[in-house]
Design a protein. Structure first.
Length: 104
């Protein structure tokens, strides 16, 4: 499996992923999602925002292909925050940004 990952990274560049599950009240989730849709960040780290998807939560996609997604659990008061970037450091920064967006 490691050979396959190394081959993919060689072909497409580095890929790092992270996720945080945090408690978030169900009754506040719809307001948060609406806020995020209407107030997207201008940038994700150093890259301008290129796209936003809203079909399963809110996913912000940067011009450099890094992304940040916030979505709620379907059954519990849990908010899941996902991030993908080219380095572990950038993934951690995106996850921190995601946490900060929950405190609008």
């Amino acid at each position: 499996m490691n050979k396959l990952l190394a081959k993919l990274e060689k072909q497409f560049g580095p890929h790092r992923y992270g996720r945080i599950d945090t408690h978030y009240p169900l009754e506040k989730r719809a307001l948060l999602m609406e806020f995020l849709k209407n107030n997207p960040p201008v940038k994700l780290l150093r890259s301008p925002l290129a796209d936003m998807k809203t079909f399963d939560g809110v996913k912000f996609i940067a011009a450099d292909s890094s992304w940040l997604m916030l979505r709620g659990s379907g059954t519990e008061p849990i908010l899941r925050i996902y991030a993908e970037a080219k380095s572990d450091t950038d993934v951690q920064k995106l996850l921190k940004l995601g946490m900060s967006l929950t405190r609008h």
